[in-house]
Ligand binder design. Sequence first.
Ligand code: FMN
Length: 201
Amino acid sequence: MTLLVGTNRPGSSTLKVCTHVKEIYAGFKIPLKVLDLALLPSEIFERTAYTNKPASFQPFSIGILESTGLIIVSPEYNGSVPGILKYFIDMLKFPESFEHRPVCFIGLGAGMWGALRPIEQLQAIFGYRNAFVYPERVFLPKINDLLSDEGRITDPEILERMRDQAAGFIDFVEKLRSVKLRSQSSVTAQDAIAEKISVPR
Ligand SMILES: Cc1cc2nc3c(=O)[nH]c(=O)nc-3n(C[C@H](O)[C@H](O)[C@H](O)COP(=O)(O)O)c2cc1C
């Protein structure tokens, strides 16, 4: 699984939230490959990069292409996603980067909406790109109040929400990647669905 740090701002709260995300997934024994936009190579900002991707961008491109699932943590900048995050998306291979790729979102903002706007904008982008969007989002409003002087989230309720999302997203990715609905001739697809999600029949 891959974790995308959605800004390149030095000292960002986004990076601090990402530290928690890494710890939470580690708790589920799932190591995350981290793509930090602060580490994008300068060549990717050449105008020629739209047509010729620099070799130095390959680790980022491959980090997305090889991800079984993608967790995106985005702050809110001017009621939207950071420009660097949109630019990064624009630099990735089309269409395979997001086609049928499971993705989930965590948003944070200084204001009271907790990055609702950028996350919904990202959902629109990833919907357009045929990603499998995990519906449970986590919003972190008033992020400056949520982070301690050490840059840690201390509110157990928020951490629980992040853990619940991670557990649900892991389940979502595992099911998308491995459920076989048509494996046995005697079992119909409907039976398999009912069995998997325990729907009363
Ligand atoms: C360029 C810029 C624009 C911002 N615009 C908003 C905004 O529209 N709404 C908001 O709640 N916070 C806004 N913020 C504050 C960020 O949400 C705040 O810095 C928060 O810590 C998350 O961003 P960070 O990961 O860069 O720290 C903005 C910050 C920057 C640097």
